[in-house]
Design a protein around this ligand. Sequence first.
Ligand code: ADP
Ligand code: MG
Length: 450
Amino acid sequence: MQELNKLWQQLMDKLELSVSNVSFVMWFKPLKVVDFSDNKTLFLSTKSSFAKNQILKNYFDKLKSGVEEIFGEGVEIEILDPNEEKDYLTKNKPNLTKNDVETTKNPFNPKYTFGNFVVGKCNQTVYAASRAVAENPGKSFNPLFIYGGVGLGKTHLLHAIGNYIREASPQMKVKYVTCEQFTNDYIESLGSSIKNKTNSQFREKYRNVDVLIVDDIQFISKKTSTQEEFFHTFNDLYQFGKQIIIASDRPPKDIETLEDRLRSRFTMGLIQDLQPPDFETRVAILRKKCQLEKCSITDEALNFIADHVDSNVRELEGMLSKVCFLSNLIGKNEADINDVREAFSDKYDEKNEGGSNADQIIKAVCDYFDISKDDITGKKKNKEIVEPRMIAIFMISEMLELPLVTIGKIFGGRDHTTIMHSRDKISSEIKTNRKIQTFVSEIKKMLKSG
Ligand code: ADP
Ligand code: MG
């Protein structure tokens, strides 16, 4: 069974790379192995007869050649729609449960490789450090601590390291978790009645690895017991020369809840930051994505996107997908500047109906909170000023999508990371904090009514 899981995962990885993201998610990802007990025919189930027909019509050749390459020459494929699957399962009793196939899922996204990571000035040192660690786990920089703003490629690099090690040294045990998973696992292990047993299971899981990768460590909770457990895990692994790689949206010194002894552990190795990509890198990233997603776009359109989306790579990608989607929808082979205009116009309309500019937004925020423009753009640090300032920064960034550096200039020459921090803080608070929601929506109303 183990073998079948592995083969299936290999097939999925291969297919994921050979078609567009949308096609993969729509057609291949939902496929499940129903039976392969005779080693001759791979019975697969689909979610609907429509999906079955689509696969037969458009993707069967890809599927077939993948299956032959990975499962062996001459292996046949039978695709079953849900009714056929039911029939099949009542007539045959294959020795296989769904879980069998899911358990060994590769934790690493096959698209997040070093090869697919575009290297520019903004990220070349982090890239080099990540490669060094992947090529020589435990022997170059330990721990490697990567930090940088949202959507700048931290998770991509962590996966690239994981993918690399899995391929180059398959015998190594690589564990990837988000900080949240680590915390949940730990809390779960405490909750069990047979405490010692689960505790040792927890330890087994985290300390019996050659490489531990922890994403988004900034979420490490204030719960000292979780930090304590992480501290011991860290020490244990470190002592035995195991590699530890950590990503965070800020440097260790700025993770407020972090205990000093952990902070000092994090600074023992190499700390590297990812900067937002410059224009050339953004263009190169867009080109790479076009190649991966198999979409084509004119240079003019591509440059326009690179010029107008500069906050992070995730948004850059999102805009490209949208543009390609719109152009596909009307049957064009190549997206052009008209598709870009359409994609952008949507965005501006919904966000900034009144067409306000930065000055107007700042004025509205100042009026609303009854503070002066000098204060809001100045250096004062009291709460009555800081919160409105962050709200104004957030609104300008959301509504006008100005580059962070430009917003920094408007706010008295602040650094772009400060701007990013303010924006991200409000953008996450607004999801749950009623007060902030009300402030923003009332200020927007003021802007609309002029
Ligand atoms: P983070 O974890 O820093 O928030 P991610 O690693 O999730 O960001 O990156 C967001 C998206 O941007 C991903 O799809 C990733 O592949 C892409 N990306 C980021 N940086 C690069 C780069 N230098 N080259 C190619 N793709 C990138
Ligand atoms: Mg991430």
